[in-house]
Design a protein around this ligand. Structure first.
Ligand SMILES: NC(=O)c1ccc[n+]([C@@H]2O[C@H](COP(=O)([O-])OP(=O)(O)OC[C@H]3O[C@@H](n4cnc5c(N)ncnc54)[C@H](OP(=O)(O)O)[C@@H]3O)[C@@H](O)[C@H]2O)c1
Length: 187
């Protein structure tokens, strides 16, 4: 079975970003360097990336990818990336980015085949991870919890998923981050 892992940093109260899509709270957290080396190890296990359009646009702008398209490969390698969007988004020269829309299920065979024997990384956001959970495809949630809270923002996982489906499999510390790993059972 192909692992489908929603791996993200989050505030203590369950936000991926603030209302303006800022990650200032994340970059201000000590220990980001240790989290970074863990990220490289994780990325080696990943064959395909999946993200929504807000996340994609954030990466494009944050890394100035339209002017420096090589930075995409520096970060993600040559991994195929599925971006869910109903819009016509800018393309990054040289990056294998596939824009799709609608339900997750019709795209699953293509995603799974591209991942081969490696994992699918759901980069974000939370609702897209929820769509994979709805389709019974999400197998793992890995959250790095930062010591920060926000009054509102982009939600971590706006779904009702109970302890009958989630099981805590591990906990580690990286600087000021607590990483929790949960397996997800089908509904
Ligand atoms: N803390 C972290 O480590 C971390 C990790 C990942 C992301 N983030 C941040 O968290 C925020 C997440 O943003 P978000 O909550 O808006 O989520 P998102 O998944 O990045 O973007 C949501 C948008 O994607 C499109 N979309 C999603 N599912 C779709 C589907 N099935 N078919 C067609 N289009 C679909 C829709 O926009 P359109 O159809 O209009 O394009 C939707 O409004 C971003 O600011 C991101 O940078 C943080």
């Amino acid at each position: 079975m192909t692992p489908v892992i929603f791996h993200t940093a989050t505030t203590l109260n369950g936000f991926l970003a603030d209302d303006a899509d800022s990650l200032d709270w994340l970059f201000a957290t000590p220990g980001a360097d240790e989290a970074e080396s863990d990220f490289s190890t994780f990325l080696e296990t990943v064959g395909v990336l999946v993200m929504g359009s807000t996340t994609y646009n954030w990466v494009v702008e944050h890394e100035d990818l339209l002017s420096h398209p090589d930075r995409w490969t520096d970060i993600y390698g040559d991994r195929p990336t599925w971006v869910f969007t109903s819009r016509d988004l800018p393309r990054i020269e040289g990056a294998d980015v596939r824009f799709v829309q609608g339900e997750v299920a019709p795209h699953w065979a293509g995603i799974r085949d591209a991942a081969g024997d490696r994992a699918v990384w759901i980069v974000g956001g939370g609702d897209l991870a929820g769509q994979f959970a709805d389709a019974d495809l999400l197998t793992e949630i890995r959250v790095s919890i930062a010591p920060a809270t926000l009054p509102s923002g982009r939600p971590l996982l706006p779904r009702r998923i109970g302890p009958d489906r989630l099981r805590l499999e591990g906990m580690t510390r990286a600087g000021q981050f607590a990483e929790l790993r949960y397996s997800v059972r089908p509904a």
